[in-house]
Design a protein around this ligand. Sequence first.
Ligand SMILES: [Zn+2]
Length: 586
Amino acid sequence: MVEQVKTPRDITEPFKELLKAKGVSWEQVERESSRMGVPPIKYIAEVKKLFDYDEIAKEWSRLYGIPYSDRAGWIEQTSTYVRYKDGSVGIWSPYFYRTVKEKFPDAKVYLVPYYFFEIKEDAERAGWFGEFLEIVKSAKKIGVSDIHFEVKKDVAVVVKFRLMGELRQVKEYSLEEYSKMQYAVKNEAKRYTALLDAQEWRIRQDARIEIPDLKLDLRLAFTPSLQDGLQNLVVRLLSKSPLRPKGVEDLESLGYARVDAYRLLSVNTAGSGLVVMSGATGTGKSRTMNTIIGLIPESRNVRTAEDPVEYVLSNAVQHQINVFTKDEKQYVVGYLEYLLAFMRQDPDVIFIGEWRKMKELTEGLIYACETGHLTMTTLHSSRVVNVANLLVSQYGVKQTDLANNLLLLISQRLVKTVCPNCGIRRKIEEKDVDVRTLRFKDKEKLLELVGKEGVFPNPDGCEKCRVYDPFTGKLVSAGYSGRTAIYEYLYATEELRRLLLETTDSLKIEELLLDLSKERERKLKETKKLLSELKEKLSKEEFEREKDSVLKSLSIEIYGKTFVDTAVEKVLAQRVCITDAISKLE
Ligand SMILES: [Zn+2]
C-alpha cells in the first residue's frame, strides 16, 4: 500500500491544525512561548498542558498519514530526527518528512514523541552549563574576581580571568561551542532573572545565577558582539561573605595606616554629614566602605541600599536594588526608592551604594544630611580633589549645601603586593621612577625615592606565590602575594568649607590637601619621636597600649593625605614595587 502522506507547507501548519480542536490560536502560542523562551511544542505540552507529547505525535500521525512509533533505541539523533539500526527514521513534526525523505529516500518514516529530542537537548544543555561551572569553580579556587568571554568575530571566543586586577587568557572555545554555552548559561540565569531573553543578543542584558554549592552569586553582563547571535559576557564572582570587622585592624589589613584608619572611623559617630568614597570599579572601594560601616556602633540604626549586596553586615539592615516584573508590569526598587523609604524609618546612618546622576537622588541625599543623618555613598571619580567639582557641575549640588554638609572624602586604588618570600630587594634606580605622565602636584616626591632600598617582584615567583589555573594548568601569576590599598582622603576642615563656598576648582582643593598631608606628616614625625622615647621606658605590652592611644588621639588632629604620600610609604615599607605603584597612580 502506498502511504498517503500530506506534507505541510511550513513548520507552523501542523501546530495550527493541532490547535484547531482546542480552540486556541497559534498566534497566542507563538507569542507566549517566545516570551518564555520555550519551544512552542513544549509550551503546548508542558505549560498549557493541551496535549501530552504522545497525543501530539498520534494526532499528527492521523492528520498527515505518517505512522506513529514510540520505539526507543536509535543509533543517531539530531534536533529533527532519530535514526534506527534498521534504517527507519523518526521525526517529531510532519514538517521534517520531506527533508528526511530527501536524505534517506528508502527509509521508513515515523512520527515519534517530542520527548525523545528533549532528553538530548537537556543533556547537552546540562553539559554546557557544567562546562561553564567548571570555569567558575577553577576561577573561584584561585581568587579570580571576574571572568570575561570575548567574542572575536569569525574566529573564536576567548576566556580571560581577572586576577589581582589583571586579565589573563586561560581558555578558548569555537564560536559554535560558545553559542551552546551561552544558551545554556542564559537558560540557567532565567531561573533568577525574570526579564532575561535567552534568544535575544542585540541588546545589553544583565542577569544573575546563584550557585549555593560554591557559595557564589554570579553577576552576568551580556553585551552584543560583532558576531550575529553571540554576546560578550563578563561574569563577576560575588561570595556574599559575611563581614564582621572587629576594629581598626580590619582597615589596616586592607592597607590603611593605623592613624588614618582611626581618622576614617571617627566619622562613624558623627551625627550628620556626607561621606563619599570614590574610585572606579575594581578598586576595592566597596570592601573598604563596608568595613567602615561594619564598625558603626550597634546602637545606631544603619540602613543600606546596595547593588549588589557584596558583604553581609551584622549591624546594618541591608537592601538589594531590584528590578522585577509582576502581572506584566515592570517594577524598579532603586536607590531613590530606598532612600525615600529609609527616611520614614528613623535611621541614624544611611548608605546609598552609588550616587547616580539623578536630580531626585541628589536632592534626597542632601536632604538626608540636612535632616540629621550620617549619609554615606560612593561615586565614580578617580580623585577626592575632583569630587566637589563633579558634584556641583554634573550632579547639581549647590556649593553651599556641599560646604555645609561635607564630612569626608576618600578615594582608593589597589596595588599588588610583592611576595615577601621571593621579592628582589635592590636600590631604586632612576629608570624605575617615571612620573612624567602623572598629574599629581606632589609627584616629585616619588623621584626622591631613587637610591632608596625598594622591592621588585621575582618574575619566576616561588612555591608560595605561583598561581596556576587548576582548570588549564597554566601559570597565571607569579611574584605577588595579594593587593593593598593606596588611598587619599580629605576631611572637611573649616578651611575647606570656606574654600568650597568660593570655588570647587580641583587645583585649589589639591593645594589644600597637600598642606594637610604635609601637616599630617609633621605631626606623625613628632609623635614617632615621642613613641621611640616611650618604647625605651615601657614594657612591650604597655608600649603597644600606649602607642595605640597616642595614635588614636593624634588621628583627630589630622585632616588629609595624598595618594603620593601613601604610595611613598608603601614603597619604603617594601610592600609594593615602585613601578607598580606609579602605574596605578596614572
Ligand atoms: Zn614568591
